[in-house]
Design a binder for this molecule. Structure first.
Ligand code: FA5
Length: 352
């Protein structure tokens, strides 16, 4: 082994190390895969610079071959690593450019359409709020109810003509889908002694189906039982409720009517909130120009009902009322078909 052999090995290693800088300079300005690959081939291809230089290895003394071989591997790794890095950068840059083409990040964000409570839920909560400010608390009862709580205890025995007023879905001979919220009166009086002040909102069911009547609808029942409760208290509560709910002073009219569980009984009418009773043209479609709309029934609790519910009718008196919440919402928002509430059409629901 001669000194010149060693010198050749050293020279080769320097040449190989020098390729790193040369290669870096060559690919630095390149911005496409094809030209990067071409430069890679100039160095690592079959006739590339690195291979050409390494041809010398076979002529070197064995002790130097390993050193030169290692330098050759080092430059190969450096070049391959750099090519992979630059190609990766190109892929990311292309993806970013694609995003910029697809999305305009300067556009204002679309309003986020959050959900909200259904109109009937809003109306129910509002009604409960108004009554709770008067000292009423919420009571509840089952929608699948016994015939006894729905009818018998409310002085409507079987074969009583009043059963025809509420066409009933029967589950069995003794079980019904409640036709009104009035059975909650019975359940409350049977479980708590007077004084009682409750409201009971909830679903009820009847074999009814037209633009103002639905087979399932919502009522809110009210019951107050105490010493000295009078018809004037009932009227005061209803007037207060209507003026709060419609946010204006509307006249409430109690028209004598018959419900077996109250005596005296009345239909609750309110002044039409659309035409206010004026002779408008075309005729008001809400009240049909009568100037009044019915919103529910009411009256003083019948002593027979007190007897069924073990309340002393010598000591206590009470009033009760039941109103349809769909009707109330229709009157306040001008909804002209009860089915809109239940169809789930967002074009309707989003208005409230
Ligand atoms: C009753 O249901 C009695 N329980 C109310 C009552 C309670 C009277 C306490 C006395 C004391 P009525 O059947 O009239 O009464 O129904 C009350 C209200 O429910 C009606 O005024 C109407 O607003 C609403 N309503 C009745 N049937 C339907 C229906 N099919 N669809 C939508 N709303 C209805």
């Amino acid at each position: 082994m001669t000194d010149s052999d060693h010198a050749l090995a050293e020279l080769t290693i320097q040449q190989l190390d020098g390729f790193a800088t040369e290669f870096a300079r060559a690919i630095e300005p390149l911005v496409d895969e094809q030209s990067i690959r071409a430069v890679q081939a100039q160095f690592l291809g079959k006739k590339g610079k690195v291979g050409e230089v390494l041809k010398i290895v076979g002529k070197l003394p064995p002790a130097d071959r390993a050193k030169v071989g290692a330098a050759g591997n080092k430059i190969k790794n450096t070049i391959e690593h750099e090519v992979a890095r630059r190609l990766g950068e190109l892929v990311h840059a292309a993806a970013r450019a694609d995003l910029a083409r697809t999305f305009d990040v300067t556009l204002p964000a679309r309003p986020h359409g959050g959900g909200h409570l259904h109109l009937l839920t809003q109306v129910r909560l509002e009604a409960v709020q108004i009554f709770s400010e008067l000292g009423f608390v919420v009571a509840d009862g089952p929608q699948i109810e016994t015939d006894w709580h729905t009818f018998e205890a409310l002085a409507i025995p079987k074969e009583h003509p009043a059963r025809d007023m509420q066409d009933t879905f029967y589950v069995s001979e003794e079980i019904v889908l409640r036709t009104h919220t009035s059975p909650v009166q019975v359940r409350t009086m049977l479980t708590q002694p007077p004084p009682i002040r409750i409201v009971a909102p909830g679903h009820v069911y009847r074999r009814d189906d037209d633009p103002t009547h639905s087979p399932m609808f919502t009522q809110i029942e009210g019951l107050a039982v105490d010493e000295g409760i009078s018809f004037a208290d009932l009227k005061g509560v209803l007037i207060h409720f209507v003026s709060r709910f419609f946010q204006r002073d509307l006249t409430v009219r109690l028209r004598p009517s018959y419900f077996p569980f109250v005596e005296p009984g009345a239909e609750v009418d309110m002044q039409c909130s659309f035409c206010m009773g004026a002779a408008v043209s075309p005729p008001c479609r809400i009240c049909k120009t009568t100037g009044w709309v019915e919103i529910g029934g009411a009256g003083m609790v019948d002593p027979d009902v007190f007897a069924q519910c073990k309340v002393d009718s010598e000591k206590y008196t009470g009033f009760a009322f039941g109103m349809g919440l769909e009707r109330m919402a229709m009157l306040r928002h001008g909804v002209n078909d009860i089915k809109f509430y239940y169809e789930g059409d967002l074009r309707f629901l989003e208005q409230f």
